[in-house]
Design a protein around this ligand. Structure first.
Ligand code: FES
Ligand code: FES
Length: 159
């Protein structure tokens, strides 16, 4: 099948990728670019485990053809921090035991980052609303919410 070339910013770096036209962003990230923090869950828009940020907004990458991110900025969990330089949300998830199997964690953290970027002091209800598309089968959600509240406090303290 013919391929198309898609060029976008990925975690701050210009990335050009030759893919079949209907390749999803999730497949492009995981299978072509080998960034596996973005999880392959339901593939139907129902779980949120594939959430990434496109121009700062949380997007379900399993539903988005990668061609549609041409010229846009894509951020995955790998792009916000890593070992030795954790983002406050990553550190708070660790501190609050907010990841068990970890399958939802990438999507949860990116959905939370989008929230804190637009609303640095969200209420618990606003956090729950922001996470409403992200399912967790392990934690019961409370450790995740507490981690996000803690990260918000820490990020406010350094502003
Ligand atoms: S894998 Fe995309 S919403 Fe479940
Ligand atoms: S930690 Fe397992 S699904 Fe959330």
């Amino acid at each position: 099948m013919a391929t198309i070339t898609v060029t976008f910013q990925l975690n701050g770096k210009t990335t050009a990728l030759a893919v079949e036209p209907l390749t999803t962003l999730r497949t492009a990230l995981r299978e072509h670019l080998h960034l596996h923090a973005t999880k392959a869950g339901c593939g139907q828009g129902g779980c949120g485990s594939c959430t990434v940020l496109v121009d700062g907004e949380p997007i379900l990458s399993c539903l988005l053809p990668v061609a549609l991110v041409e010229g846009q900025s894509v951020t995955t969990l790998e792009g916000i921090g890593g070992p030795g330089e954790l983002h406050p949300l990553q550190a708070a998830f660790y501190d609050h035991f907010a990841a068990q199997c970890g399958y939802c964690t990438s999507g949860m953290i990116l959905a939370a980052k989008a929230l804190l970027d637009r609303n640095p002091t969200p209420s618990r209800e606003e956090i729950m609303e922001a996470l409403s598309g992200n399912l967790c089968r392990c934690t019961g959600y409370l450790p995740i919410i507490e981690a996000i509240e803690d990260a918000a406090r820490q990020m406010e303290a350094v502003v």
